[in-house]
Design a protein around this ligand. Structure first.
Ligand SMILES: Nc1ncnc2c1ncn2[C@@H]1O[C@H](COP(=O)(O)OP(=O)(O)OP(=O)(O)O)[C@@H](O)[C@H]1O
Length: 257
């Protein structure tokens, strides 16, 4: 679904990513981790063409983004969903209107059809119908994340990018959100690329994990691969005090039960 090869991104003399290579496979939930400031957001923004790159190739859904025609690029964009950090909903628009923003941009549908579709997405992410006419300022943190997810799903994407989707949620809200993502992957056949600092998410819903360090992907694989990888940051992250309470006596998938 995504193949990044030898990607280099720099801001002036600050090289953030240096020949980074990463693949994301169909139907998986990939958790992307790394210390703060290592370039997780830069990678996601570069893949989404919001930032320029120095070199390297990015194939997304089988196509090289910057080699396709404008028409094909628009078609590709409709197959991608993005949930930015903090939700990034338009504050002057209601939930329903926020969800309809991508529909207005990419589809030619009647208002009635868009209203029906928005209500469908609202139900899909577990929000009550009343949430449709609320403004972001009237929503809880968990509701904002769900509304932002509904917007990311507005065009029925194949691949969704989630930037720290559970940050700011309490553990129960975060666990529910993780369950929702897993359920949507199973029912809609989504592929999920998730930047996260949430160890619970990594242990409970991610099929694979990639760790960003030293300007590239240091290691990728399962939780067991992480635990076996000989690197001080990876070891302290996955075997540190916070991780130990999750790892101890538990297998992936049972972390929060
Ligand atoms: N538009 C930009 N212009 C210049 N430098 C940038 C820009 N965006 C990011 N950077 C730099 O790139 C580096 C990586 O930033 P990035 O936001 O990707 O880190 P991150 O891994 O997502 O961190 P966090 O986990 O804290 O969100 C930082 O040194 C940052 O200052």
């Amino acid at each position: 679904m995504l193949a990044v090869k030898d990607l280099t991104v720099a801001f002036g003399s600050n090289v953030v990513l240096d020949k980074l290579t990463l693949d994301v496979y169909r139907g998986e939930i990939l958790g992307f981790v790394g210390a703060s400031g290592t370039g997780k957001s830069v990678l996601m923004r570069t893949v989404l063409r919001l930032l320029p790159r120095q070199s390297g190739s990015i194939r997304i859904l089988g196509a090289e983004y910057d080699k396709v025609s404008e028409e094909e690029r628009v078609a590709l964009d409709t197959r991608l969903g993005v949930l930015f950090q903090h939700g990034a909903l338009f504050s002057a628009l209601t939930v329903k209107e926020n969800i309809q923003v991508p529909m207005r941009e990419y589809l030619d549908l009647s208002q009635e059809m868009m209203d029906d579709l928005a209500m469908l997405k609202i139900a899909l992410v577990g929000l009550k119908p009343e949430a449709a006419d609320r403004y972001p300022s009237e929503l809880s943190g968990g509701m904002i994340k769900r509304a932002a997810l509904a917007r990311a799903l507005a065009l029925d994407p194949d691949l969704v990018f989630l930037d720290e989707p559970t940050s700011g949620l309490d553990p129960i809200g975060a666990a529910e959100f993780d369950d929702l993502i897993a359920k949507l992957r199973d029912t809609l056949g989504l592929t999920v690329y998730m930047v996260t600092h949430d160890l619970d998410s990594l242990f409970s819903v991610c099929d694979r994990i990639a760790v960003l360090g030293k300007k590239r992907v240091l290691v990728e694989g399962t939780i067991d691969d992480m635990l076996a990888f000989d690197d001080p940051w990876v070891q302290s992250y996955f075997r540190g005090k916070r991780a130990r309470s999750i790892v101890r006596d538990e297998t992936p998938g049972e972390a929060r039960q």
